[in-house]
Write a protein that binds this ligand. Structure first.
Ligand code: SF4
Length: 457
């Protein structure tokens, strides 16, 4: 069996499963956020009754992150609905925007968009927050009401996005009926070269198979090149499995996974026991693709979908209006560090927005020093508009007052993960997906640029 099949078989209480089989599996974690949480709660109460209790309060994780820093009253209210539910159910893992006793959540637009407006428990973008807060464990099953839940496959778990109806059912029962996906294997060999990042790996792969090339399939990333990839790198790759239509993306377990998970579960006091899966000698794949990491070059997915692959070096004629670094995919500490390495001592020439995925990342950037400047200061000195209000921000467009949202038809290069029309705001805007290094080089050049011209090693 493949990694995915092994996890699913265990969760179904079966010795083995095969692709195409429909099985009931036990959920380990159910995650929801401010956009889908209220709907999920509504389904749960409707189907299980007004006084029903969730199947296991330790396994429901609620992370408001999407439409948070906006004066839109309906969006603010969604956070209050989550808080009421967390109180009603006595949920230990609700990462509220505000601290206890501060009343309801209301964003104060008069304070501006850059200065922190959240309390001490706020966790930021759910997919980055889940591992940071110790909710991702090898061998487990994570369901989330968000398509990029697949990011947690980096930790050798089966993680997938589900709709509100399924999530309401999981909330009440802890189970879900799913079809075992076929597995596509992506064997990564070699080592990424300077200026080339994990984002280039996944953009290359999606370019090979198309934005629907993995529809309802597991994308298994393995091979000798995995050892050289950090957990952040693996998260970036697994995150975008859904951009090829994948059911999930998954990585093997190794010492690096163990260290990360061990550290994070200890930090937040979450369950530290887990049982990773190792693929069998005999695995059945629906396809196999070898990716030579040494040969990859900075890659861009052009408007209007993540499969429109081109090399950054061939796109200098594409003039840009805006650059954006942020999101679960591209707003991690390592993403900002690579971005800062490119812009250090230089100035961006187009509007450039930076949105760290989580408050912890804000803290990292504001406390990591390069000489007499912090990384945060390097970014600000280069002209990047950095907000402390970690969250999804303009990755998903959001209400019109969202930081970095495109309210006019602009061309933007972005470290985010999705570029279908209207994704970051105006429906006639164009989004070019690229690595943080490529976004940085392009922000300096004012057109799509190859970051290798700006990094020496
Ligand atoms: S940062 Fe973007 S992709 Fe990630 S969860 Fe938020 S809206 Fe979705």
């Amino acid at each position: 069996m493949t990694l995915t099949e092994k996890i699913l078989a265990r969760a179904a209480g079966k010795a083995r499963v095969t692709a195409g089989e429909n099985i009931w599996v036990k959920a380990d974690i159910l995650m929801t956020h401010d956009v889908c949480g209220p709907g999920t709660i509504g389904v749960f109460h409707r189907e299980f009754g007004k006084t029903a209790k969730v199947w296991d309060r330790q396994r429901v994780v609620i992370i408001p992150d999407h439409y948070i820093f906006t004066a839109d009253s309906k969006s603010n209210r969604n956070v209050d609905i989550l808080r009421d539910f967390a109180k009603e159910q006595d949920l230990p893992y609700f990462y509220d925007v505000i601290d206890e006793g501060s009343g309801g959540w209301k964003f104060d637009a008069t304070k501006g968009l850059l200065k922190r407006q959240y309390g001490s428990r706020y966790a930021g973008v759910c997919h980055a927050a889940l591992p940071q807060k110790g909710h991702t464990r090898p061998g487990e099953i994570l369901f989330g009401t968000d398509s990029h839940t697949c990011m947690a496959g980096a930790f050798n778990e089966f993680a997938t996005g589900i709709g509100n109806t399924d999530a309401g059912f999981v909330m009440g029962t802890g189970k879900l009926l799913i079809k075992v996906p076929e597995t596509m294997r992506f064997r990564l060999e070699g080592k990424l070269q300077p200026g080339v990042m994990a984002k280039d790996v996944i953009l290359h792969i999606i370019g090979e198979i198309g934005f629907d090339g993995a529809t309802y399939r597991a994308m298994q990333f393995d091979g000798g090149g995995i050892a050289g990839l950090s957990m952040d790198d693996r998260m970036t790759i697994a995150n975008m499995a859904i951009e090829a239509g994948g059911k999930n993306g998954i990585f093997p377990f190794d010492q690096r996974t163990a260290e990360f998970v061990g550290g994070r579960t200890a930090l937040n006091g979450t369950t530290s026991k887990y049982e990773p899966v190792v693929a069998d000698e005999q695995q059945t794949f629906v396809s196999e693709l070898v990716v030579d990491l040494d040969k990859l070059e900075p890659t861009v997915a052009c408007h209007p979908d993540p499969g429109q692959r081109k090399k950054a070096k061939d796109m200098a004629s594409v003039k840009l209006d805006r650059a954006y670094i942020g999101s679960c995919t591209g707003g991690k500490t390592s993403d900002f560090v690579e971005f800062a390495r490119v812009v250090r001592g230089r100035r961006v020439v187009i509007d450039t927005f930076g949105v760290p995925a989580t408050p912890e990342i804000v803290h990292d950037l504001q406390n990591t020093r390069w000489g007499n400047q912090t990384v945060w200061e390097v970014l600000v000195s280069a002209g990047v508009q950095m907000t402390e209000n970690a969250g999804c921000a303009a990755c998903l467009g959001g209400p019109v007052d969202t930081f970095g949202r495109m309210n006019t038809p602009l061309k933007c290069i972005s470290a985010t993960n999705r570029n279908f029309p209207g994704r970051m705001g105006h429906k006639e805007s164009q989004v070019f997906l690229a690595s943080p290094a490529t976004v940085a080089a392009s922000a300096i050049a004012g057109h799509v640029a190859d970051p290798r011209e700006y990094v020496s090693n």
